[in-house]
Design a protein around this ligand. Sequence first.
Ligand code: SAH
Ligand code: SF4
Length: 403
Amino acid sequence: MHPDLMNNEATPTPSAPITQDVMTIPRKLPEGPINLVGLTREALRETLIAHGTPEKQAKMRMGQIWQWIYQWGVRDFDAMTNLSKAYRADLAEKFVIAVPDVITRQLSDDGTRKYLVRIAGGHEVEVVYIPETDRGTLCISSQVGCTLTCSFCHTGTQKLVRNLTAGEIIGQVMVARDDLGEWPEPGTRSEEGPRLLSNIVLMGMGEPLYNFDNVRDAMKIAMDPEGIQLSRRRITLSTSGVVPEIAKTAQEIGCLLAVSFHATTDEVRDKLVPINKRWNIETLLTALREYPKVSNSERITFEYVMLKDVNDSDADARRLVQLIKGIPAKINLIPFNEWPGAPYVRSDWPRIKAFADIIHDAGYASPIRKPRGEDIMAACGQLKSATERARKSKKQIEAEAKL
Ligand code: SAH
Ligand code: SF4
């Protein structure tokens, strides 16, 4: 090679290989000014220092900015009146406080609200708010789409997948609080008494344990006592059974755990929840037995989707009770929510009731999840944004379900 051409700067570096593997997608998206939303306390402090805040002041400034963002929901640096004007201007030049854009907001007849929010790259995810008499639950997403391909799940038919950043995950909580008008007045604390948004469930799109670090950071922010302040017992993470991450969830997040169980034999679970081929029922149950001890939490929720003639027999109910023996548990029966092209139908009501009775008689709570927001496609497993049209064909879905 000619010596001139050996100059590194003149040699174009080959671009990074394109990969479909979601685990290799970098956590930070290389875009625009730095977004402070989603940084942990420590990362926020370091970011301020790296951009000129004197190290001695950084801890205090971090605490002040944190409180504005997460306690009072302020997005404009200029409103942060306990910071000097010059410092506010400096921050505004270097950073943004950005949450996802709300594109549409639908209100169901039963009060459920569904937001379609847009995140970097033009992707859209759905966020669902479910009001109840004494509480309100927000169902949030952890990924665009899902790499797993559970055969009864609409999200699993979506081809496009990317991990959400921590900012995009906590940002879903922040936009819901905006809409509910639930930020306390600056300078005050949250009022005592029930909150409109009192619980979070990670049961929207995606497998949260395939995006562990971002989910953990976002939930730490949600639990922070100087901010959104939700107790770890009011956050439920639902996993399809990513066994190696279950112990980490207990240690590093400590929230409640729900598991998409859905079948009582490996043969059936392999078809419904294909990750079962990697970590089977026995391996999963071993990890679940440890969870309450390590996280010091109460019951594990076993989610069980009711699919007609697939997993809904009396024998299934009895096997389920046997399998989970010794685990503090509640079994949440979910009548299958149908979607266009779905290869299953919902179990009949008397069948669901009979199944629930067997579990109940064995001493477990067995609530049947009432589908909420069905008229706006906000029910479990129905979430899929309108823009992500690249979907698998019916044939492909059926082939994967090996019907
Ligand atoms: N990926 C995680 C969390 C999101 S799914 C998980 O699988 O646990 C939230 C719950 O809805 C899971 O229990 C999932 O199995 C269930 N679900 C998915 N599609 C469904 C459908 N069409 N009808 C009823 N429940 C469904
Ligand atoms: Fe993914 Fe959960 Fe749907 Fe399975 S049920 S495809 S893990 S979102």
